[in-house]
Design a protein around this ligand. Structure first.
Ligand SMILES: Nc1ncnc2c1ncn2[C@@H]1O[C@H](COP(=O)(O)OP(=O)(O)OP(=O)(O)O)[C@@H](O)[C@H]1O
Length: 231
């Protein structure tokens, strides 16, 4: 369960996010749309505690992000949230396998879940990559820098799903995928979310994906800021 209360955020002077109240139930699949620049990524970063609001609060799984130190937020995120960032945020000097299993370095809960699913972290990484259409098992030892952009995006997706976090936050997660890989991605993402009752918060410009989701919001309608003229 995620509750947004009187959330206000500005990067500079102009307010970008102003949401009085909004709730997302555990296990809900929410599609967020809105034009470029309307604040979708900013909102996802607020929900994940990556940035801090000027006022208001986000409560996740009964805990207020405002009450946490930055170390506590890092550890909370590692345990409970799988993030697929728009720019992937892979660690360039680590291998594919090390990138995918990175959440397990910071979260013993996710490590245990991944181990009980496949017996080893490597097997679980291979299972997820294979479901995402990457069957070359040699690839996991390579540096992420050697991968195509579409392969990097799927590595980022596998990292977010590994160890079944309570929430997956996905910012344009299919932007670099062709149609076949996009369908495979949606299939595995929904299978994982349904199996583990994971809350899914998904931003995309691709409205053909919208029908997969039980809930939709348009940020321009939810967000009480006057940025419509600026877009
Ligand atoms: N790190 C930042 N520093 C300053 N301004 C920023 C930063 N990130 C975003 N902004 C500004 O905040 C506004 C909202 O940006 P945001 O990336 O949240 O929009 P978006 O809806 O996700 O856009 P897109 O669909 O193009 O990804 C934009 O005007 C953008 O220039």
């Amino acid at each position: 369960m995620i509750n947004i209360n009187n959330l206000r955020f500005a990067w500079q002077k102009e307010p970008i996010i102003n949401i009085n109240a909004f709730s997302i139930e555990q296990g809900q699949h929410l599609f967020i749309e809105g034009p470029s620049g309307s604040g979708k990524s900013t909102l996802l970063n607020l929900l994940g505690g990556v940035i801090t609001p000027q006022s208001g609060d986000v409560e996740i799984l009964g805990q207020s992000l405002n009450q946490m130190s930055s170390n506590q937020k890092d550890s909370f995120r590692a345990n409970h949230i799988g993030f697929i960032f728009q720019q992937f945020n892979l660690i360039p000097y680590l291998s594919v396998l090390e990138n995918i299993t990175l959440p397990c370095t910071f979260s013993s809960d996710r490590k245990q879940k991944a181990l009980s699913r496949s017996g080893s972290l490597q097997k679980e990484a291979i299972r997820l990559l294979s479901a995402l259409g990457i069957d070359d098992t040699q690839l996991i030892q390579r540096s992420v820098n050697e991968l195509s952009v579409g392969q990097q995006q799927r590595v980022a997706a596998a990292r977010a799903m590994l160890g079944s976090p309570d929430i997956i936050i996905a910012d344009e997660p299919t932007s670099a995928l062709d149609n076949g890989h996009r369908q495979a991605f949606i299939k595995i993402l929904f299978e994982e979310c349904e199996k583990e009752n994971i809350t899914l918060i998904f931003v995309s410009h691709d409205s053909t994906l919208k029908h997969h989701f039980s809930h939709h919001i348009n940020l321009l309608e939810l967000n009480q800021v006057n940025i419509k003229e600026a877009l």
